[in-house]
Design a protein around this ligand. Structure first.
Ligand code: DP6
Length: 330
């Protein structure tokens, strides 16, 4: 541990949404993804986290949004802290406090911003350097999608080489490269029935379509990446919808099925299609391991898209997001 470490640090990270999806692991131990993924880091959906290593504790503690977290969540936090302690040569336990400025059931994963903020604050508190690749790899070991929140704007998490414990995301383009907007249509307030980790592990083990998903994904991720570079929304949008629906089809074919869609999910997907076909608005949809839909469009169309989604049956509320910064120390 460095002399200058104060054993305490704070960090802020943003959520991200995958334009080309990650679903499935090649290595459960190292938490390595079976497919490459591409995302955009989203403002203003933030998680703030404070980590303090202290001799006063006999175990790690984790308070999330003002309440002690469940033992399983605290264990995931402790596992990340163990890696940091090992690298920094530290034996102290830590007090971790985390706060999401968007509701956990908002339809955007708080685990990505949560683990990216935790990794950053924990490394800094332990006196380790601010190194985005190291932060990304540490976050990825906790939750694959969190690896992408280390970076600003448009981000890729490439295919992992077997055994690569340092596997990390990379930035493709800065937020101002392309001012797209994401409209989130929230369709349910409850927590999702099947979490992404267990949903995908079950898919890997039982879906007859998993091999096809693994074969399809790299091509879709490449199309999304090149569409981002050339600012080609139809190209990104078509590949994003294909990735989304192939991922969900793969999960639905698991035995028993993993179904995240609800009637409102389909209603929003259909509304987005009509905005394209009838109103000639360049807008495409995606959905993660839950019933909510996120629509991707140009900044000039965001009002019309948001109004249309807000008026769709089953949509409880909408929120808007845009490309934002990577993780930062506070
Ligand atoms: C559908 O990153 O939450 O959002 O690595 O098991 O923690 P673990 O999974 P997680 O899965 C996210 C899945 C997804 C697609 C994506 O974000 O790429």
């Amino acid at each position: 541990m460095s002399e200058s470490s104060k054993l305490e640090a704070r960090a802020v990270a943003r959520a991200n949404i995958a334009l080309a999806k990650y679903w499935g692991k090649v290595d459960e131990q190292l938490n390595l993804p079976a497919v490459p993924s591409v995302s955009v880091t989203l403002d203003p959906l933030t998680t703030h986290t404070r980590v303090r290593f202290t001799p006063a504790l006999s175990a790690d503690t984790f308070v999330l949004d003002g309440r002690p977290a469940a033992p399983k969540e605290t264990e995931r936090v402790s596992t990340l802290l163990d890696t940091v302690r090992q690298e920094a040569g530290l034996t102290l336990f830590a007090e971790v406090e985390s706060h999401n400025d968007f509701p956990t059931a908002s339809g955007l994963a708080s685990s990505a911003s949560g683990f990216a903020a935790l990794a950053t604050a924990a490394r800094a508190a332990a006196g380790l350097s601010f190194d985005r690749a190291a932060i990304s790899a540490l976050s990825r070991a906790a939750s694959v999608s969190a690896a992408r929140s280390a970076f600003a704007g448009y981000v890729v998490l490439p295919l992992a080489a077997p055994g690569d414990a340092a596997h990390a995301a990379q930035q493709i383009a800065a937020p101002d490269h392309w001012p797209l907007r994401v409209v989130v249509a929230v369709t349910s307030e409850g927590r999702k029935a099947v979490g992404s980790t267990s949903g995908m592990l079950h898919t890997v083990r039982t879906s007859p379509y998993f091999a096809s998903w693994v074969a399809l994904s790299p091509g879709l991720a490449a199309r999304v990446q090149s569409g981002i570079k050339t600012r080609d929304l139809p190209s990104v949008g078509v590949a994003m919808e294909h990735s989304t629906l192939a991922m969900h089809a793969c999960a639905m074919a698991a035995a028993p099925a993993v179904i995240y869609f609800q009637p409102a999910t389909l209603a929003v997907l259909e509304r987005v299609r009509r905005l394209r076909d009838d109103d000639q608005i360049a807008v495409w949809a995606t959905a993660d391991a839950g019933p909510h839909v996120k629509a991707l469009c140009h900044v000039d169309d965001v009002e019309r898209v948001e109004r249309a989604l807000a008026a769709t049956e089953g949509v409880l509320r909408t929120l808007r997001a845009q490309p934002g910064p990577g993780v930062e120390l506070e």
